[in-house]
Design a protein around this ligand. Structure first.
Ligand code: G6P
Length: 476
């Protein structure tokens, strides 16, 4: 391809690859909200999506595709031109597992326990060097493939250093960075070694604009920039030396037509039938999440049990359907968390279940049609993260179900827009979550319909195409 006019850079791409027991390569859709959004928006002529190889099989596929272009190697990327950069296992471990997931993700989601503060040893410093190299790899690839004056949209905390690295190589390019997570509070960001904190802020300030899903996360970033580098923040932009970088609030929504048409496919209809036959005519409290401590799946289960204890009319009348995608199983905390969710579900089933009724159906597996079926059939959608950049599932769920009630954590970015129509809860308050679940399950039809219409309007207000366009327009 001649130089690309629009480049998107993200760690995870639209597909990941695995090998079947017969040794065949099989492509699967990448998990998480970022991929859903980018897949809906990235297919335009002249655009190129750069992502990383995240496994040995990804490396095999990308290594044998022309210039890493997996779309040209015959894989269905939904119409997007996609280059997978081959990142070796050691660099990936340092950059993705250690720095991005174990350090930055935890800080951004405020998952730091003051009683067990993080420490940074020589190994971590090597991992940080890998993070720098990884960002540099993206910057180099972008510099090599971008047309003159092209626009570059850099995504998320894996690539916080890339904006400045790109600018140094190609000052002609216009660069936007978007953070899909919350941003750390200043006192939490302070847990980073100060040189690293400074590098992260300076890396991001190489962009022409910085995007966030919520004003709350932008303000946290602004305050961290002030504390770490002495920059100025006035609520709209961060100023450091010569640079004044505006912070933009662009709450991502969902693209209606592709989501509805995917949900109308036969594999989803099969899953709907299966789910309905195991649940019968009982109500469904559904959720679809990665097995991720910040998503707070386990406290959701505990709150469901509390509901059954407090409101016995729901016994045998409701099922909590939890579809948990395995996520980041390289990180020990995620493996332990997954096990805890499974054992909590088993305890609830042992305590309340009967021969005819299993109160919790929890599945730890990556099954997109089953997720869509769960969202379609949910009477109540439970989304109670401890902290979450946006939570696109809250929006997808509204669109897919005819009238589900949303029980939503006030700590999700989505709460900014959905507060009036959802039932908001504190994610750590088990009793209040149980009360909200009861209210949702017993809500009169007219109120359900009214709230649901509001949720749908919010969910579709800024679909990925428009979200992306807005960033391109702002780059001029
Ligand atoms: C969040 C992040 C994304 C990430 C997704 C899935 O939504 O903001 O950048 O892709 O989680 O996580 P994973 O580590 O599996 O890519």
């Amino acid at each position: 391809m001649a130089g690309a006019d629009v480049l998107i850079a993200s760690n995870r791409g639209p597909l990941s690859f695995r090998r079947t027991t017969a040794g065949e390569v099989e492509a699967a859709r990448g998990g998480g909200g970022l991929v859903s959004a980018m897949t809906a928006a990235a297919g335009d002529e002249g655009s190129l999506w750069l992502c990383a190889t995240l496994s040995d099989v990804d490396r095999d596929v990308a290594g044998s595709a022309p210039d890493g272009r997996i779309d040209l190697a015959g894989y269905d990327t939904g119409g997007a031109a996609v280059t997978m950069l081959v990142i070796d296992a050691e660099t990936l471990h340092g950059a993705y597992t250690s720095v991005s997931n174990e350090t930055l993700w935890r800080l951004n989601h405020d998952l730091v326990d003051a009683a067990k503060p993080p420490s940074y040893d020589d190994q971590w410093r090597q991992d940080w060097a890998a993070y720098v190299a990884y960002n540099d790899r993206f910057a180099a690839a972008i510099a090599d493939t971008a047309a003159p004056d092209a626009k570059v949209l850099v995504q998320d905390y894996h690539l916080d250093l890339a904006p400045t690295m790109i600018r140094e190589r190609r000052p002609d390019l216009r660069i936007a960075h978007f953070t899909h997570t919350p941003w750390a509070k200043p006192q939490t960001f302070d847990y980073l070694p100060s040189d690293v904190g400074c590098d992260i802020i300076n890396g991001l300030l190489g962009a022409d604009t910085l995007g966030f899903h919520s004003q709350r996360w932008a303000d946290d970033f602004g305050e961290c920039a002030v504390a770490a580098t002495g920059a100025k923040y006035d609520g709209e932009a961060v100023e450091l030396g010569e640079r004044r970088v505006p912070l933009r609030i662009l709450p991502l929504g969902v693209e209606t037509a592709p989501l509805l048409s995917r949900a109308a496919e036969p594999d989803v209809a099969d899953r709907v039938r299966e789910l309905r036959s195991s649940v019968g005519d009982r109500q469904i409290v559904g959720r679809v999440d990665r097995t991720e401590p910040a998503k707070n799946v386990r406290i959701g289960l505990v709150a469901f049990a509390e509901l059954l204890r407090r409101e016995p009319q729901h016994l045998d009348r409701v099922v909590h359907v939890v579809l948990a995608y395995p996520s980041r199983q390289d990180v020990e905390e995620y493996r332990t968390y997954t096990d805890q969710c499974v054992s909590t579900a088993e305890q609830i089933n042992a305590e309340f279940g009967t021969p005819d009724w299993q109160p919790v159906l929890l599945e730890v597996r990556d099954d997109y049609p089953r997720s869509l079926a769960t969202l379609k059939l949910s009477d109540v959608l439970l989304i109670n993260p401890l902290r979450d950049g946006m939570n696109l599932v809250a929006k997808e769920g509204a669109l897919l179900s005819p009238d589900s009630v949303l029980v939503l954590s006030r700590e999700a970015g989505a709460a900014d827009e959905m507060a009036a129509d959802a039932l908001l809860v504190d994610p750590t308050d088990v009793g209040a979550t149980a009360v909200a679940l009861h209210e949702a399950l017993t809500m009169p039809a007219a109120e359900r319909a009214r709230r649901h219409a509001g949720l749908v309007a919010t969910a579709t207000a800024l679909p990925p195409h428009a979200w992306l366009e807005r960033q391109l327009e702002e780059l001029g």
